[in-house]
Design a protein around this ligand. Structure first.
Ligand code: NI
Length: 138
């Protein structure tokens, strides 16, 4: 039996969308308020979903306490209350759009999942109540 389990988390972070290959005018025209030079914050909401086979011995797919700890170590501790452009090495050369943040989070959590369990990982990242990105490693 394959099931999907999930854990919700959140973090607050600042960012600025800026493409260094463009002029300031091009950046402002494309990104609008997200390009304002002094940064702005979002209350990011994260859903981490893991699909896989239920372990017959434990009745669990994964221990959610363990998944919660991984999210804390890989996402909440490094990103919460940070300026993503300035404080986190992942975004030094990567535009911190919701798409790219979801990709970074997916790779960090994927690296921690037990390989032998053949799990499918999906990330849903809400940048606002209405805007979200899903990523599952493609
Ligand atoms: Ni923004």
């Amino acid at each position: 039996m394959r099931v999907t389990i999930g854990r919700k988390a959140h973090f607050n972070a600042a960012h600025r969308l800026y493409n260094p290959n463009w002029t300031d005018e091009q950046n402002a025209a494309f990104y609008g308020k997200c390009n304002l030079p002094n940064y702005h914050g979002h209350n990011y909401k994260l859903e981490v979903k893991v699909k896989g086979e239920v372990d017959q011995e434990t009745g669990y797919l994964l221990d959610l306490k363990w998944l919660s700890q991984i999210i804390k170590e890989e996402v909440e501790e490094p990103f919460d209350h940070r300026n993503l452009n300035l404080d986190t090495p992942e975004f030094r050369n990567l535009i911190p759009s919701a798409e790219n943040i979801a990709g970074v989070i997916w790779r960090k959590i994927q690296a921690r999942l037990p390989k032998e369990k053949n799990l499918d990982l999906m990330i849903v990242l809400y940048e606002t109540e209405r805007n979200f990105v899903e990523y599952s490693g493609e």
